[in-house]
Write a protein that binds this ligand. Sequence first.
Ligand SMILES: [Mn+2]
Length: 284
Amino acid sequence: MELQFTSRTFLAADSSYAESLAVIIGCPLDITSSFRPGTRFAPQAIRDVSWGLETYSPRLDRDLEDLKICDVGDISLPQGDPEGALGIIQGYLATLMGDRKFPILLGGEHLISLAVVRELARHHQNLAVIQLDAHADFRQDYLGDSLSHATVMRRIADILGGENIFQLGIRSGTREEMNSARAMGSLTEVKETLRRAAGRPVYLTVDLDILDPGVAPGVGVPEPGGLTFDECLSLISELSSLDVQGFDVVELSPPYDPTQQSAMAAAKLIRELILQFCPDKNHP
Ligand SMILES: [Mn+2]
């Protein structure tokens, strides 16, 4: 008989690195959580439940089986050294960019996006970053830390300028954060995003807490009043004309997700994002 084994990769992401156009990489960073830690367990939790999904998306009429995707596993990160961990993540990104791969990052806490943007900004002039999130993450510092899940978009603004960041779905922030984000032009709407990001290389960062806690309760900081799953997919559909060059999905906290529904929501979002944005040799 043919021996078959269950896979520990993301759904259908079982191609070799060399032949893949897209690469999934787990970044289990879990250092600065202020409320509910556990994001270090998220990449594998997402992989485990992803096999409960179909590879085919009726919404997009595309199938993961038609793509070449490699899931390389999780990076080993020093928990306790944010700058060191960011440097390691950036090093991996540099390799992926050198090999012309489409990066897909499984968080980990939201701070990982800073490492990605640091590297992508070296490769792409005119980079735009779109953030789907409940929280602005726009603090100058948080509890004395300049590197935090609560400051990540402010640090990205330091690199790119606030006018090159597009924050969508934000429903929580301090007055200072919201005023700063408004003043810098990052707090915006879909229409404006499509107008200003058109034709530019885009990095998309998705904080799972953009979803309503009824849909995805297992996140670091659940914020009441979020999107339904279908509303989130509609929002992502509206971005389909943009030149997305990579994305992350962050902030799942499996210890607060005993039913696995949040991990499942993350996995399905990732499937849809892959099928919407990843390059395909057959459909350039
Ligand atoms: Mn966030």
